[in-house]
Design a protein around this ligand. Structure first.
Ligand code: TXA
Ligand code: MG
Length: 355
């Protein structure tokens, strides 16, 4: 099914069985240097031909992305990693065997086949093989790995539905393949294998515990928790920018669940008195505890994967409710909870209260 929004072609396809015709249309656009947004198992990506510098530059323009924030190369098959990477060390091989296709990005020495601008001139390249039938079918149809950041305007929450992509990028990109919601909801884990020991640069769908079980200890800097110290230079350039923010100010409250709920209730009173319209991002467990203008349930603390799935859509929903401030409950930074807290702390941009 095809439609058009502000000149962006929208191809709606079945996730398991995307029609060849739609894939060919999108692949032709990519091969001729255009931009195509497509679903992955984490979030929607905005793809361009990795070998075409001109096309890759359009990604930065469409997203308003800072020119020093490199892109992840997406491959369809394990063997294609050597197209993008000059060397694949043994630990990388072990991680690929265990977690690909899946939400794990490996930073490796860069090959000269992909355009410089993909890595913003760095000697390394980030590579991943997405676990989504549409993403992999599209890469195969294009016949070349795709450079793809998340398909949002820079600084906005990553898109987990086609509607989110259109909210930010309609009219700025050539084509969008809509295959419904993405699933995991937070972006891939990034691990740098060009340093010893390997360093976790961004927490995501694959947890540090899972990675350590395969390759042993990994270095975890402060950026992983989402608390960037002033003056510190994060290794994944993207981690230094304020990110994932709804339009309202987000205040994150961390601590024991009962104290968190009590503090949020105090803050609701305080902000309401100032005439501000208050939203609360609540876990299922605490949802009933709040009397705010807008209370949105993001998922269950018992099942943090549900919170990851709904996190970005919920942040965007607060914009529609036109709240001035969002009070968000913190969750334990364990397993995928670490990825959720990394995104929330960055969205809060320093407005974090510990109780
Ligand atoms: O799940 C994902 O990874 C999604 C989907 C679309 O695949 N993509 C994604 O891309 O999150 P993006 O551009 O939003 O985030 C890429 C991150 C940035 O923080 C960037 O700095 C880092 O990867 N990165 C890319 N290349 C790098 C490199 N050579 N060295 C270190 N960090 C790199
Ligand atoms: Mg992004």
């Amino acid at each position: 099914m095809e439609s058009s929004v502000k000149g962006t072609r929208v191809l709606r396809v079945n996730r398991e069985n995307p029609p060849e015709g739609s894939l060919q249309i999108a692949a032709d656009i990519l091969r001729s240097g255009g931009l195509v947004a497509f679903p992955t198992e984490t979030v929607y990506g905005l793809g361009a031909d990795t070998t075409n510098a001109e096309a890759v530059r359009k990604i930065f323009k469409a997203k308003d992305r800072p020119g020093d924030n490199p892109l992840i190369v997406h491959v369809a098959d394990v063997d294609d990693v050597s197209f993008a990477a000059a060397v694949v060390p043994a630990p990388a091989q072990a991680l690929m065997e265990k977690f690909w296709p899946g939400p794990l990005t490996l930073v490796l020495p860069r090959s000269d086949r992909i355009a410089d601008v993909v890595s913003c001139g760095l000697p390394t390249v980030a590579v991943r093989m997405p676990d989504h039938p549409v993403a992999r079918a599209l890469i195969r149809a294009a016949g070349v790995p795709l450079a793809a950041p998340s398909a949002n305007l820079s600084g906005r929450p990553s898109p987990t539905t086609a509607e989110h992509v259109l909210e930010d990028l309609a009219g700025r990109i050539d084509c969008l393949i809509d295959a419904g919601e993405t699933g995991i909801g937070v972006e891939s884990t990034i691990i740098d294998l060009t340093v010893d020991p390997p360093a976790l640069l961004r927490p995501g769908g694959i947890t540090p515990e899972q990675i350590c079980a395969v390759i042993g200890p990994v270095f975890q800097g402060a950026t992983v928790s989402g608390q960037v110290e002033l003056g510190e230079q994060p290794k994944a350039p993207g981690m230094k920018y304020s990110h994932y923010a709804p339009i309202a100010d987000l205040v994150l409250v961390e601590g024991a669940p009962s104290r968190v709920a009590a503090k949020i209730n105090d803050l609701i009173v305080e902000y309401s008195r100032e005439g501000r319209r208050v939203g609360v991002m609540a876990t299922a467990e605490n949802r009933g505890a709040y009397m705010a203008h807008v209370v949105l349930e993001v998922g269950s603390m018992q099942r943090p994967a549900t919170i990851a799935t709904a996190l970005f859509a919920t942040l965007r929903a607060f914009d529609r409710h036109k709240v001035d401030v969002v009070l968000a409950e913190g969750i334990p930074p364990k397993g995928i909870g670490l990825a959720v807290m990394n995104r929330l702390r960055k969205a809060a941009g320093g407005r974090v209260i510990e109780v």
